[in-house]
Design a protein around this ligand. Structure first.
Ligand code: ADP
Ligand code: MG
Length: 345
């Protein structure tokens, strides 16, 4: 099978009704795709690359990989509060493995269709397995009512808007992907069903797209957690020129396997239990959102989170004083010994 047959067979889908109604004016097949942004909107753009041996193992299920490759990109749109429109796929493959391509494209399109996000182009070459997706989303511009001609202010959620006094929140759960990784590494062992749940979170993360959009106009800053909470929060603090205090007791409730790890449903594995705070604070690959919002908007945050069907937990606050502080249940300082992932560190 040649390059063009491969694209035709696995990535080009005939007569897309959804595409006609979306902002995609031209999809796969020409030298460029065409997007037609609506007046009063901006296009949010992000790329993420997945490299075999670095981000995933050759043994990973291809459908899960298709899901994850798109999920990490959707997560970036979510962090900016953008609505997904379309994406491109640049694929380097060692060979044409039809079973792999069928699995990969089915996982990819299942998630794409769930978010109304259209594959509009890409590139296909021979080489080491490498998957690069560029995604496009839409965010409204807030037009000044009295002077529309001066142009509007973006409603995108950015890293730079956190204010001293804001609450700090995290969506969903953290630490599960890291738990699965540690089981793979053989450093911990947990019951089969705990591992299965954690592994699903590692292989098929849920991008918080609805929550991100619901937080426009509510959150003052946001980021998606890919490298670990402390490291990613550090980007918000730097961009916003503020500091933060995290209540570690509140943070540990974020772990999905909390009930197991604390022993309320089953036996306590003290070794695992000890490590859990580190997994929550610095385990990567969870693709949740960390965001800040003024305390006056606590009810609003709860309402939009409920509307987006996504739990959120308040774990700390933003301070004027730079730096990141951890405090325990009695307000005592907790030493921060964790580091987040850095490809070149
Ligand atoms: P060009 O030579 O102009 O770069 P290609 O021959 O690489 O174009 O691609 C032909 C068409 O197929 C283009 O519309 C391109 O966007 C699309 N395409 C190529 N690879 C992929 C892929 N992996 N997924 C989706 N579309 C692809
Ligand atoms: Mg090309």
């Amino acid at each position: 099978m040649g390059e063009f047959d491969l694209i035709e067979r696995y990535f080009k889908r005939a007569d897309r009704a959804a595409q006609r109604e979306s902002l995609v004016s031209l999809g796969i097949g020409d030298d460029c795709a065409l997007l037609s942004p609506r007046p009063g909107t901006q296009i949010a753009i992000s790329s993420d690359m997945l490299v075999e041996g670095r981000h995933f193992l050759s043994t990973v299920n291809p459908a899960a990989l298709g899901h994850k490759a798109l999920a990490v990109n959707l997560s970036d749109l979510a962090a900016c509060g953008a609505q997904p429109i379309a994406f491109t796929l640049a694929l380097s493959l060692p060979s044409v493995d039809e079973a792999w391509l069928a699995g990969f494209s089915s996982g990819l399109f299942a998630l794409a269709d769930a978010h109304g996000c259209e594959l509009i182009g890409g590139d296909t070459t021979r080489g080491p397995l490498n998957i690069c997706i560029t995604i496009f989303g839409e965010v409204p511009v807030a037009q000044p009512v009295h002077a529309p001609s001066v142009g509007g202010r973006t409603t995108a959620l950015l890293r730079r808007g956190a204010q001293a006094g804001d609450d700090l929140y995290v969506s969903g759960t953290l630490g599960d992907a890291r738990l699965a990784l540690e089981v793979f590494r053989g450093t911990v062992s947990v019951p089969e069903e705990v591992f299965a749940r954690a592994r699903l979170r590692m292989d098929q993360p849920t991008p918080r797209v609805a929550l991100g959009q619901a937080l426009r106009g509510v959150a003052t800053s946001a980021i998606d957690i890919s490298d670990g909470l402390l490291g990613d929060l550090g980007h918000i603090l730097k961009a916003s020129q503020v500091g933060a205090t995290i209540a570690t007791e509140d943070a540990t409730t974020l772990i999905a396997n909390y009930s197991y790890l604390t022993g309320t449903s089953g036996t306590i594995d003290s070794e695992v239990s000890e490590k859990r705070l580190g997994w929550v604070l610095a385990g990567g690959d969870d693709y949740e959102l960390a965001f800040t919002a003024p305390p006056a908007l606590r009810d609003t945050v709860a309402a939009v989170a409920a509307h987006a069907n996504t739990p959120v937990t308040r774990i700390g606050r933003i301070d004027a004083q730079p730096g990141l502080r951890l405090v325990g249940a009695n307000g005592q300082a907790v030493a921060n010994t964790w580091t987040s992932f850095d490809h070149f560190a």
